[in-house]
Design a protein around this ligand. Structure first.
Ligand code: NAP
Length: 247
């Protein structure tokens, strides 16, 4: 198994892409901690289902935008396992609007939940990783962080910010064997995308050469690869997983 004996933290693991990452990592032998914001029932179901299949996972309620809470989550993992091998910053939200109508609250909230959240967990996680001289960080970006998108100035800026954060970490900590990459999904079928107006949905789909929306497993698979030793020479990269949408 690719991730045997690894201790992993995934933020926002109760639904969608994060949930699939939790499953794939657990199935590859890792002990997987994941956070969620409000979906306690869903989080408990995941933990119980994985346990019934012989895998180990733990759910922690923690708002990813809260700096202090991030420290507490990592401390809890260290108390139990004395190490943290892999951090996957997946938690994220959208609050779309055209810039003319975008409120300060919509801007701040998306930056806090998508970008500051990653800073919070990276900052707390690198301490044990530096001691271990080993660690992997994966930040969940988006193709719109590379290309920009009308109606998503806040979201695109937050995801572009993750690229700068990740490349800086890759440069700062590469010599300590800490790798940091961005996975940038395209259009993936989850609750985040299910309420798009039909016209917008068709526009997204018409731009995808592989002619289908992505599935959560498409993203989870690349996360498992990047987390594994098979990716030991890959750092500072933005891996777009988008069916060819953004070339
Ligand atoms: P989703 O279905 O809406 O799930 C979001 C997850 O993040 C949930 O587990 C949610 O927890 C958690 N979360 C949100 N805010 C949080 C916070 N402040 N603290 C802790 N957890 C929080 O979203 P998704 O589509 O799976 O997206 C996952 C990531 O991929 C996001 O970063 C998103 O920007 C990125 N992405 C998605 C797509 C796509 O097409 N779906 C494309 C590009 C990038 P609760 O269940 O408790 O609310």
């Amino acid at each position: 198994m690719e991730l045997s004996g690894k201790i992993i933290l995934v933020t926002g693991g109760s639904r969608g892409i994060g949930k699939s990452i939790v499953y794939k990592c657990a199935e590859q032998g890792a002990v997987v901690y994941f956070t969620y914001l409000g979906s306690q029932t869903k989080a408990d179901e995941i933990v119980n289902d994985l346990k019934s299949k012989g895998f180990e996972s733990y759910a922690i309620q923690a708002d990813a935008s809260n700096f202090q809470r991030a420290q507490e989550v990592i401390e809890e993992i260290l108390k139990n396992h004395q190490k943290l091998d892999i951090l996957i910053n997946n938690a994220g939200i959208t609050k779309d609007n055209l810039l003319l109508r975008l409120s300060e609250e919509q801007w701040d909230s998306v930056i806090d939940n998508n970008l500051k959240s990653a800073f919070n967990y990276c900052k707390a996680a690198i301490k044990p990783m530096l001691k271990q001289r080993d660690g992997v960080i994966i930040n969940m970006g988006s193709v719109v962080g590379v290309s920009g998108n009308a109606g998503q100035a806040n979201y695109s800026a937050s995801k572009a910010g993750l690229i700068g954060l990740s490349k800086s970490i890759a440069k700062e900590l590469g010599s300590r064997n800490i790798r940091c990459n961005v996975v940038a999904p395209g259009f993936i079928q989850t609750e985040m995308t299910e309420n798009l107006p039909e016209q917008e949905l068709q526009k997204w789909l018409s731009d995808i050469p592989l002619n289908r929306p992505g599935q959560v497993e498409d993203i989870a698979n690349i996360c498992v690869f990047l987390a594994s030793n098979k990716a030991s020479y890959i750092t500072g990269q933005v891996i777009q997983v988008d069916g060819g949408m953004n070339m």
